[in-house]
Design a protein around this ligand. Structure first.
Ligand code: PLP
Length: 447
């Protein structure tokens, strides 16, 4: 079965030959709200969360805000009892505004600025994950000046021994984390700072990991590293954060991560390590983003034009990589592959024509589909891109060509809610000198 059929069957639906979301036809949503838009289904987020909670019993789950920072999405995970993993003062602000208790926030990421550290320390968040020895000093200085205690964990970039696992962001030179060779120095530094409390370890070595065996290797290695921190500090470990990185299948050749088998095998690794007194009480943490949100989002764009160019058929949409960089294959993908996509209002029709799908930008990299087999399409049809709930809008260059950002919608209990208004081009220039011109005058000029 292809990915579109799988996703439609597992999470969406079909009525009268059209794609539906919670029983509502996508074309009806288009009629009311226009295109382009992102649409998210909290019921699907919940299903993924439950599956993860069941497979990894006893783990504390922190939703990684960067995957989808829409406040309603953040609020959803907070309401489900998740903590939040943040990477900037902006995400801290969002987390607190969405009702997350500071103690349930962890802050990772390289290059934390002085003002970000101050915000985190003054908010007394759960943990700051320090990414360099110099950062330890900066956090300590901020805490000392305010006469506050701050909990930190060491984000470690594992050494060569960890190469057996799915190490993508670890085991090699990187801006992320403290290299394993500096572990002793880092532990000593934290232990020497009166205002810092050493909680434990953070390891995050890569995203989109689909191989449960490789993942298990990495978790095993993290336990070993945590044991070393305990030895070096002479105190038990309170938290081990295994990062995010749980993958989801986007393309035909990818197989779903077997989270149940991973959870079963992990139980053995946990039990082995629980016998180590220094690790026996450590709380086990994961901070997934993609796994929780990818399937629950669609990006929907309208067909504006069709043409043939030197023998190739083109479909031009009203949104492209300016809204969905990942679907264009330009967000770190090595090989550009088509996201699972379908003509939402013709989902049951036979796919007979191979087309290229382009966005409206003035660059050939604004291509959202290459040689895609679809039904006969005309202007006014709508294309739905599946797997768009993670690393969609906020990872895209919305300012490029000044089209403005798309609408964001929640579909919950059979109802559609606007969770972010469509950005217009006047919004894009709101803080500039253009602000002084009334929109009508600009429109007159354009006419
Ligand atoms: C520190 C950290 N934690 C969590 C995540 C979330 O990763 P994923 O969406 O692959 O689960 C990321 C992603 O870059 C990250 O850098």
């Amino acid at each position: 079965m292809n990915r579109v059929m799988e996703l439609t069957e597992n999470y969406y639906g079909v009525a009268d030959g059209e794609l539906t979301v919670e029983g509502i036809k996508v074309s009806d949503i288009v009629e009311e709200y226009g295109t382009p838009f992102y649409l998210y289904c909290p019921a699907i987020f919940r299903e993924k969360l439950r599956r993860l909670q069941k497979a990894l019993k006893g783990f504390k789950i922190y939703y990684s805000v960067k995957a989808n920072p829409n406040p309603e999405v953040i609020r959803f995970f907070v309401d489900q009892g998740c903590g939040l993993e943040i990477a900037s003062a902006g995400e801290l602000y969002a987390a607190l505004s969405c009702g997350c208790r500071p103690v349930n926030i962890i802050f990772a990421g390289p290059g934390k600025t002085e003002s970000e550290i101050i915000a985190a320390v003054e908010s007394q968040i759960g943990e700051i994950h320090v990414e360099s020895v110099a950062e330890i000093e900066r956090v300590a200085a901020v805490a000392r000046q305010r006469n506050l205690q701050m909990s930190v964990s060491l984000r470690i970039n594992p050494g060569q021994n960890a190469q057996a696992g799915a190490v993508q962001m670890g085991g090699k030179p990187s801006a992320f984390g403290i290299e394993e060779g500096q572990l002793a120095q880092a532990v000593k530094k934290v232990m020497g700072c009166e205002n810092l409390i050493l909680k434990g370890l953070h390891i995050y070595v890569g995203t989109q990991i689909l191989d449960d065996k490789a993942l298990l290797e990495m978790y095993r290695y993290a336990f070993d590293l945590a044991g070393s921190i305990a030895d070096l500090s002479g105190q038990p470990i309170e938290t081990i954060d295994f990062g995010g990185g749980l993958g989801v299948p986007y393309f035909e050749h990818e197989t779903e991560l077997d989270i149940e088998s991973f959870g079963n095998n992990l139980r053995g690794v946990i039990n082995e390590n629980r016998s180590n007194h220094a690790l026996s009480k450590a709380s086990l943490v994961i901070e997934p983003g993609r796994y929780l949100t990818a399937e629950g989002g669609l990006y929907v764009a309208g067909v504006v034009d069709r043409k043939s160019s030197f023998g190739l058929d083109y479909v031009i949409l009203d949104g492209g990589m300016n809204h969905h960089l990942a679907a264009s294959g330009n967000l770190g993908q090595i090989i550009k592959r088509n996201y699972p996509l379908a003509v939402a209002n013709r989902i049951s029709q036979e796919c007979i024509r191979s087309v290229n799908i382009a966005g409206p930008l003035c660059t050939p990299i604004d291509t959202l589909g290459r040689n895609v087999l679809l039904p006969e399409i005309e202007a006014g049809d709508v294309i739905a891109f599946f797997m768009s709930g993670a690393y969609g809008l906020s990872s895209s260059p919305t300012g490029f060509l000044s089209h403005g950002a798309p609408l964001e919608l929640f579909v919950t209990n059979g109802e559609v809610h606007v969770i972010r208004k469509r950005g217009t081009y006047s919004d894009l220039f709101a803080e500039t000198s253009i602000e002084k011109l009334a929109f009508e005058e600009v429109a007159d000029d354009i006419d």
